[in-house]
Design a protein around this ligand. Structure first.
Ligand code: LER
Ligand code: MN
Length: 267
């Protein structure tokens, strides 16, 4: 398993990643020995992909995945918004994310961008069906571009759509999203899963990517999660992907990053 770290390409309200200068962060990541980076990108059209490619190459870093939640947090775009105009904008933004990911052969994450549901049961049902349709469209689009999508179960305080791995896998199966894989985040799992270790072994074969954060959404070792046991469970599944640190950049972004690599090498 290789180590990566999630950072933002531009300033964002999303508090679980650092918005420090990304080029400086990549230089530090190379120095610390990371193999990959995960980038939170609000608008892929604002990205100079040649510059990004060169900077990644210079620092021997693989772009592992694109996080897309900033379009929701900073702009209010979501795939399940009641307003069809906003849903359409969200889909087209996600297609641009896929286009960018195709250049780097990396994953695209569907996390906060799916939005959250309000209203009566019938209205929620309509919107969940509409969301499934949008995800089928995106999944097929990404498949044509040879890009895999990741759906991340998120805790109940951030969304009410797919909080657990079981719900997410059921959604993937029900709507035949054969190009979508599971992203497990230890912070969300600690809130939502009955048995985090069992979840890892049960759904391990469907996992495409992993986010690491402690129970308090700080660097591993700052909270009460048993990462030795978690790593053992992940290893048992034969997972060969990246472990991306994704948490609040505290006490400061650089220290948070250093803490990650030191701690993870220890476990
Ligand atoms: C959100 O809480 C999160 O964990 C992100 O990775 C999802 O966009
Ligand atoms: Mn996450």
């Amino acid at each position: 398993m290789r180590l990566s770290f999630a950072i933002s390409l531009s300033p964002t309200k999303f508090s679980a990643i650092s918005s420090d200068n990304w080029k400086k962060s990549l230089t530090l990541m190379k120095k610390l020995g990371f193999a990959g980076v995960e980038l939170g990108i609000r608008d892929p059209l604002a990205v100079d992909s040649t510059d990004l490619q060169l900077t990644l190459r210079k620092n021997d870093l693989q772009l592992v995945a694109i996080g897309t939640g900033q379009a929701y947090v900073d702009e209010g775009l979501s795939l399940s918004d009641p307003n069809p105009g906003i849903r359409k904008k969200a889909v087209s933004r996600m297609k641009k994310q896929v286009d960018l990911a195709a250049q780097f052969k990396c994953y695209v994450i569907i996390g906060l961008i799916r939005g959250t549901l309000a209203g009566a049961a019938a209205e929620r049902k309509r919107r969940i069906n509409s969301l499934a349709g949008k995800m089928q469209e995106l999944s097929a689009y990404a498949k044509r571009k040879k890009v895999k999508l990741l759906i991340e179960p998120l805790n109940r305080y951030e969304t009410n759509i797919m909080n657990t791995a079981a719900e997410t896998v059921a959604f993937i199966k029900r709507h035949k999203l054969d190009n979508c894989y599971l992203l497990l985040d230890t912070f969300h799992m600690n809130i939502e899963e009955k048995d985090l270790f069992k979840t890892v072994s049960l759904f391990g074969s469907r996992v495409g990517h992993i986010h690491i954060a402690d129970s308090n959404r700080l660097y591993p070792g700052a909270g009460h999660l048993d990462f030795i046991k978690i790593m053992k469970a992940i290893k048992k599944t034969g997972y060969k992907g990246y472990l991306s640190g994704e948490y609040q950049p505290l006490p400061d972004a650089q220290t948070a990053m250093k803490k990650y690599i030191n701690y993870m090498r220890g476990v």
